[in-house]
Design a protein around this ligand. Structure first.
Ligand code: URA
Length: 435
């Protein structure tokens, strides 16, 4: 079918046949479909939406636009994807915990997006760690360590790269079927057997309303399962930072302490165990999530998860014994000082997105894709909701490269914290969506 005919059909609200979408995506990948036609297609989908059947067709066509990895490993191949938040360093703990349960986790992560941090930027703070290894090293690390967290090295779903670039400049990013196909085409191309999605909702997430989070989670779960990838989603709270820190090296340090069993922040622990247990259930390792949670928790107390993390770092070129020596191996920021609120009372709410913007102001995130980031900077000891604040209790510690950025970040942090009456605790897991 001619590209303009396919666009016309979608524009007029008709549903698209799978083979026509496949042909259009092949043309989008080869370049025979013009930028204008891709933009018009994206806008037609934005306004008309897609049925689940059409979205599955689009996702599979995008998956098949490049390399599709295949694994020959003695355990299930699993992964977790998060829609992004503040202090969301769960991948760093969850991947080695799952590896210690006999899973293999080839995790292809991204860089920071908007106000949220990216797992790859966090790992770049580990000296020598290859975040862009070749395919052979990626395969070896996955086999030997049970987990490998890297950036995209091979040509996975190249159609998404072109389509996303055009969506980005034509106001068509915020389309649920297009977001669904974009995320899942890359996950399917990575050759996974099971997937769990962490869809974040709240003031630090892209989705700030429950109805939007549910719509995205349901679309992702339906389309992933329709495309043959068993998938569950949890909608989790992002109305406050997850780990009590934000910033690249700081979140790595927190993950190290967590894996070493030196800290077990309840919200981080709860969501990590819940996500992991979904995968163990899906992969048939455990028959219910209670057993899965216990198995995952045991990987922390036995030190097995720490061993897998240590091995992953070493195979990917990082220092031997990184975990135990992270305090000396992660570079500190030149200025580390507390910031206090102006009022006394309880933390009643947090404009969590602002905390991500404070990290960008410090140089720990990007304003444009080409920005070079400072891995040392960020916020630690971030207070959560319900904590009592007075003149002696800082809101957090700011890790800054210089006085000017410290001052700007301090202003943002102060305005992010709303001090007032004591409020009830918010739930961490808000919904579970299954196929
Ligand atoms: N992340 C992606 O990979 N694609 C989208 O469209 C949105 C978020």
């Amino acid at each position: 079918m001619l590209p303009q005919e396919l666009i016309r059909r979608k524009r007029d609200g008709a549903s698209l046949k799978r083979e026509d979408v496949k042909e259009f995506i092949a043309g989008l990948t080869s370049g025979s479909v013009s930028e204008g036609q891709v933009a018009a297609f994206a806008m037609a989908v934005f306004f008309r939406g897609m049925s689940r059947e059409e979205a599955v067709g689009l996702t599979l066509a995008m998956r098949d636009s490049g390399t599709v990895l295949q694994w020959d490993l003695p355990g299930p191949v699993v992964d977790k994807h998060s829609s992004g938040g503040i202090g969301d360093n769960l991948s760093l703990m969850l991947a080695p915990m799952l590896a210690a349960c006999g899973c293999y986790v080839p995790m292809i992560s991204g860089r920071g997006l908007g106000h949220t941090g990216g797992t790859l930027d966090k790992l770049d703070s580990i000296p020598g760690y290859a975040t862009q290894p070749g395919l052979e090293l990626f395969r070896r690390a996955t086999r030997e360590a049970g987990c490998a967290i890297i950036g995209q090295t091979v040509d996975l779903a190249p159609a998404d790269k072109r389509l996303y670039g055009i969506r980005d400049v034509t106001a068509t990013v915020e389309s649920v079927p297009l977001i669904t196909a974009s995320i899942l085409s890359k996950k399917l191309a990575a050759g996974l057997g099971h997937l769990v999605l962490d869809v974040k909702m709240g003031s630090g997430a892209f989705m700030t309303r429950m109805a939007d989070a549910e719509e995205l989670a349901e679309s992702l779960v339906d389309v992933a399962n329709g495309a043959g990838l068993p998938t569950t989603a949890l909608i989790t709270d992002m109305s406050e930072p997850l780990a009590p820190c934000a910033g690249n090296a700081l979140e790595v340090a927190h993950a190290c302490e967590f894996l070493l069993g030196r800290r077990g922040d309840p919200r981080v622990m709860d969501i990590t165990l819940a996500l992991g247990a979904e995968l163990l259930l899906s992969a048939g390792i455990d028959s219910d999530t209670t057993a899965g949670r216990a198995r995952l928790a045991a990987t922390l107390s036995s030190g097995k998860a720490a061993e897998h993390f240590e091995r992953m770092v070493q195979v990917l070129g990082g220092p031997k014994g990184f975990l135990s020596n992270h305090q000396t191996l992660l570079a500190p920021a030149p200025i580390i000082r507390p910031v206090h609120g102006d009022e006394e009372g309880f933390v009643s709410s947090i404009r969590t997105r602002e905390l991500g913007l404070a990290v960008i102001e410090l140089g720990g995130g990007r304003r444009v894709a080409s920005d070079v980031i400072d891995h040392r900077v960020g916020l630690s000891g971030l207070l959560g909701k319900g904590v009592h604040v007075d003149r002696t209790q800082p809101l957090c510690l700011i890790h800054a490269a210089d006085e000017a950025s410290f001052n700007k970040a301090a202003d943002i942090v102060k305005s992010a914290y709303v001090i007032g009456e004591r409020t009830g605790e918010s739930a961490t897991i808000l919904a579970r969506i299954t196929g």
